[in-house]
Write a protein that binds this ligand. Structure first.
Ligand SMILES: *[C@@H]1O[C@H](CO)[C@@H](O)[C@H](O)[C@H]1NC(C)=O
Ligand SMILES: *[C@@H]1O[C@H](CO)[C@@H](O)[C@H](O)[C@H]1NC(C)=O
Ligand SMILES: *[C@@H]1O[C@H](CO)[C@@H](O)[C@H](O)[C@H]1NC(C)=O
Ligand SMILES: *[C@@H]1O[C@H](CO)[C@@H](O)[C@H](O)[C@H]1NC(C)=O
Ligand SMILES: *[C@@H]1O[C@H](CO)[C@@H](O)[C@H](O)[C@H]1NC(C)=O
Ligand SMILES: *[C@@H]1O[C@H](CO)[C@@H](O)[C@H](O)[C@H]1NC(C)=O
Ligand SMILES: *[C@@H]1O[C@H](CO)[C@@H](O)[C@H](O)[C@H]1NC(C)=O
Ligand SMILES: *[C@@H]1O[C@H](CO)[C@@H](O)[C@H](O)[C@H]1NC(C)=O
Ligand SMILES: *[C@@H]1O[C@H](CO)[C@@H](O)[C@H](O)[C@H]1NC(C)=O
Length: 547
């Protein structure tokens, strides 16, 4: 063959090979950088930070936390699709039924009101619909007498239209009832959040019978008996044996920041879902020093302090670690044939490789040194294509949400909010050169005046620890800070009592992470929301030149 032909063939082979190598490269890059959509605004930054390992979690926004109930993808229907919602048309229907039965009463006695007259409830329902527009009213209870003869107390359940979860909250208010000229009822005025104390549900505890003695004592702690976050038990040996489990040993994630914890926890839960296995949940959490009063890591926190375990039980297949260990030990003790366990030493074994494994327990061990021992590394690379983080499974603790309802209810849901990020970021002039100045008291006054009407209720969600930092805003707005609501977690509060019960009788601190959760949710209920980044400052959220 002539040399030119040979060279030509060589050239063609080389070109072909290069194209092949190049396309493999491209494919790999795509595979590595592909991330399934997920709701954390800064999830890309998060992935970046987490894969750089150095200073992991340093740059992530730790002052807010989005969870499943904040996400549009949650399975909540629009407000008008809720079958229980008390709407104008529902009120009209019940009114039509009544007018056929009862004749006009004729206002014989206008000094006293019969609170159990159904027409009273109808007047109150109408009044509420007009007054509290951001609320979906669900069930009303029959009104009872208030303090005065013309007052009625009513309790109802509601949902905030901005919350995507199904959870219901309770309010009870006091109404003063009067008559129109044609002798129909009308509401003259209404008192605020939780004012209708006579309508508060009687306690279901032992003391219930003696209601006369009750008033003399301090008001009994109101107990949210809709919360059921008890630890489920499997019950029988066979039930345990028939299950398939995914068990993660503690890894390097323990005592890291909460964002890191969530990122890892949801990866693990996602893998369990992908493998159709029950995930073994360790309810014991270590709270990172960043969120504790003593600035030291604190072990022995309970998952249920922060998150809704009841919801997790409902939507995910899970078993609590203690129960799991008990059942496992019990089986191995009482049976000759031990439970088949597959131990997985490295995160490099992918979920896809484990798909065919028939062992009852798959046990990922995470013994490698950091950062090889982070749970979330299981979801990196190719696995990210198959394993989805189940964000919808994670809601905030209902007990914390009761505090959120309380705060926003005190403002009748008619408030604006500003999120002021300070703390470490404001100190770090290298990454956030203008943040400190742009969130200074004077700058806040100037900037907010362009965005929020004077004298409005203004909730400030912030990690600025100095309470009086926002005093300059007070001459322009009715300023509310989380610390204004201290009594909601103080030692006489419902929250305090319930947390102590949950914690085996020991009191629980209202820690930095709980503050973040409550701040986040109150912020999201505001009518106008002003963010730090891109509203107050032009600095980038994740540090200089990241936007
Ligand atoms: C990590 O953060 C510290 C400040 O906490 C900073 O001094 C250091 O330069 C950072 N390292 C990297 C690699 O960004
Ligand atoms: C009420 O009376 C009207 C006519 O007076 C009738 O059309 C309607 O069906 C009645 N409603 C009920 C619930 O009885
Ligand atoms: C109040 O109204 C209810 C329902 O209409 C009725 O059953 C009750 O007898 C009334 N009570 C008084 C004191 O009038
Ligand atoms: C009573 O008067 C109000 C307006 O003042 C009106 O909306 C309502 O329909 C009247 N009700 C009856 C039963 O006449
Ligand atoms: C209720 O309290 C009174 C005294 O305050 C007592 O005499 C009575 O036995 C109590 N009743 C019940 C059912 O506990
Ligand atoms: C709470 O939930 C568990 C299942 O997780 C159930 O077995 C138990 O009966 C429930 N308790 C109440 C009071 O509803
Ligand atoms: C999990 O179950 C679903 C539906 O039953 C099935 O399509 C899927 O292949 C299963 N996944 C694995 C890894 O076994
Ligand atoms: C509650 O806290 C206050 C001070 O914060 C203290 O004086 C009081 O004794 C505490 N009460 C209880 C029941 O612990
Ligand atoms: C804050 O900035 C966002 C994005 O630039 C904008 O859509 C929003 O309207 C701003 N909010 C206010 C209150 O001006």
């Amino acid at each position: 063959m002539d040399p030119i032909g040979q060279n030509l063939i060589k050239l063609i082979t080389n070109v072909c090979f290069s194209v092949f190598v190049f396309s493999v490269l491209i494919f790999t890059v795509i595979a590595i950088t592909y991330q399934p959509p997920d709701p954390w605004e800064s999830s890309r930054a998060l992935t970046r930070v987490f894969t750089q390992f150095e200073n992991a979690t340093f740059q992530i926004d730790t002052t807010l936390l989005k969870t499943g109930e904040d996400l549009a993808t949650s399975a909540a229907p629009p407000a008008n699709a809720n079958p229980n919602a008390v709407t104008e048309s529902i009120i009209e229907k019940s009114e039509a039924q009544l007018t056929n039965l009862t004749l006009k009463s004729g206002c014989e006695d206008i000094s006293a009101v019969n609170c159990s007259d159904p027409q009273v409830l109808i007047a109150i329902e109408r009044f509420n619909l007009k007054a509290l527009k951001s609320i979906v009213f669900l069930e009303y209870q029959t009104p009872v007498s208030g303090l005065r003869l013309d007052e009625c107390d009513v309790a109802w359940r509601f949902r905030n239209k901005k919350e995507k979860s199904w959870r219901k909250y309770r309010d009870f208010r006091r109404f003063r009832i009067g008559y129109r000229e044609n002798c129909t009822y009308k509401v003259l005025n209404a008192k605020g959040w939780h004012s209708g104390t006579n309508a508060r549900r009687p306690r279901t505890t032992v003391n219930n019978a003696n209601r006369s003695g009750e008033n003399a004592k301090v008001a009994p702690p109101f107990h949210d008996d809709e919360i059921n976050d008890t630890i489920p038990v499997l019950g029988s040996d066979m039930a345990f044996r028939q299950g398939k489990y995914l068990y993660y040993s503690r890894g390097g994630d323990y005592c890291k920041g909460m964002n890191h914890y969530l990122w890892s926890f949801l990866c693990a839960l996602g893998e369990a879902q992908y493998l159709n296995r029950t995930f073994v949940v360790d309810l014991s959490i270590c709270l990172s020093a960043a969120y504790t009063a003593g600035n030291k890591d604190e072990e022995g926190k309970d998952f249920r302090f922060y998150f809704d375990f009841e919801h997790l039980k409902e939507v995910g297949s899970i078993v609590e670690e203690g129960e799991f260990h008990r059942d496992w030990k019990n089986w191995d003790k009482t049976h000759k044939k031990k439970i088949p366990v597959k131990k997985v030493a490295s995160y490099k074994v992918t979920p896809m490789q484990l798909g065919k494994d028939k062992s009852t327990i798959i046990w990922r061990q995470f013994d490698a040194p950091e950062p090889e021992n982070y749970w979330y590394r299981v979801c990196e690379g190719q696995a990210a294509k198959y394993v989805q983080r189940p964000w919808h499974a994670l809601w905030k603790s209902k007990r914390l949400m009761n505090i959120v309802s309380d705060i926003s209810g005190h403002m009748d849901w008619d408030f604006d909010a500003v999120h002021v990020v300070r703390g470490d970021k404001a100190q770090n002039k290298e990454l956030w050169p203008h943040l400190d100045d742009d969130t200074s008291p004077d700058a806040l006054v100037t900037k907010l005046q362009g965005m929020i009407q004077p004298h409005r209720n203004l909730y400030v969600a912030t990690n600025e620890p100095f309470y009086n930092y926002f005093d300059k805003l007070r001459s322009h707005y009715n300023v509310h800070l989380l610390d204004d609501y201290k009594e909601l977690w103080g030692n006489t509060s419902e929250w305090y009592n319930e947390m102590r019960l949950l914690n085996g009788g020991r009191p629980v601190d209202f820690d930095g992470y709980m503050r973040v959760e409550v701040d986040t949710e109150v912020l999201y209920r505001a009518k106008t929301q002003v963010e730090t980044f891109y509203n107050l400052t032009d600095d980038c959220k994740d540090g200089i030149s990241t936007c």
